[in-house]
Design a protein around this ligand. Structure first.
Ligand SMILES: Cc1cc2nc3c(=O)[nH]c(=O)nc-3n(C[C@H](O)[C@H](O)[C@H](O)COP(=O)(O)O)c2cc1C
Length: 281
């Protein structure tokens, strides 16, 4: 019997995993009370915050047809644009700008560009797919109260940018990170967002007066919605299925399979998580 058992003393102990524990005797049993987070847990959000983040990610949708005319409050719009602006960017160059379109006449001009490109695109599909494509709604330009053109200024931080020295399109990738932040923040606000990419880039630049050295990356439709689809519309329409994530994972080498137990456990975990998600979990 040691001292703490004899005297009922309590003792603080730092465990190997970095947590602080209070050790005390309860009868003949040693009781341990965890005082701090696990070492690996210390930066993790609380369950509610983590659940909210994953809920945002898994319930985000590309929205085209469910916009309502309800205006988007300035504070809300400012928050989602702020979320976009706090995205990561190569060399912290923040190459993005946001052109906000609210005027019906401007939307009509962009819509006309869409109609033209959409007709051209239809001709690129064969047979049955062409008919299905024609019947898909692929934009909400006129219905959405706000349209936003997200652009990338390749000259924003001078000619040599940390991290862009060998892959020049890293500024475009950064701009897409901003779009994704905007998309997720919108979902959390209950706003629907749709990306319209079936547009002639040069004509879009001309319509919105975008300078020569600035590239449009995303044309977005944003607004309150009557509902969100639970699954991607293209999945519901039978256009494409969600791919199994475990088939897209490679270990060490793109072309080689792995029999490492860690890999096996990870893939198994993915299969069950994805099944849960696809079943509406
Ligand atoms: C780069 C990019 C371009 C897209 N362009 C269009 C588009 O022109 N029209 C459209 O309806 N959806 C467009 N989408 C939305 C996708 O169709 C949608 O994300 C996909 O079908 C998955 O559905 P979900 O976003 O609801 O999960 C685009 C998405 C991305 C990321």
């Amino acid at each position: 019997m040691n001292l703490s058992q004899k005297t009922g003393l309590k003792r603080l102990s730092r465990c190997a995993d970095g947590t602080l524990r209070l050790l005390s005797m309860k009868g003949t049993e040693m009781e341990t009370t965890k005082l701090s987070q696990d070492h690996t847990d210390q930066h993790r959000f609380c369950d509610a915050a983590r659940d909210a983040l994953y809920h945002t990610i898994f319930s985000r949708r590309g929205v085209r047809g469910q916009f309502t005319p309800e205006p988007v409050d300035e504070a809300m719009l400012s928050r989602v644009l702020m979320a976009a602006h706090y995205a990561p960017s190569v060399g912290f160059m923040q190459p993005w700008s946001f052109t906000i379109v609210r005027a019906h006449e401007t939307k009509q001009k962009v819509h006309a560009l869409f109609n033209k490109a959409h007709a051209e695109a239809a001709d690129m599909f064969e047979g049955e797919k062409r008919e299905t494509y024609r019947n898909l709604k692929l934009e909400g330009i006129l219905e959405a109260p706000i349209n936003i053109c997200v652009t990338c200024d390749k000259d924003r931080a001078g000619p040599v940018v940390i991290g862009r020295t060998h892959i020049p399109q890293m500024d475009l990738h950064s701009t897409v990170c901003a779009v994704q932040n905007l998309w997720l923040a919108s979902r959390a606000e209950g706003l629907g967002l749709g990306w319209v990419s079936i547009l002639d880039q040069d004509k879009l630049k001309e319509t919105l007066g975008i300078p020569e050295n600035v590239e449009p990356v995303a044309y977005l439709c944003l607004g309150h919605v009557s509902y969100f689809h639970d699954k991607p519309e293209l999945q519901k329409a039978g256009w494409r299925k969600r791919l199994p994530l475990d088939e897209l994972i490679h270990f060490e080498h793109f072309e080689q399979a792995s029999d490492d137990p860690y890999a096996t456990r990870l893939l198994q975990e993915m299969r069950s998580q994805q099944q849960h998600l696809e079943n509406g979990g």
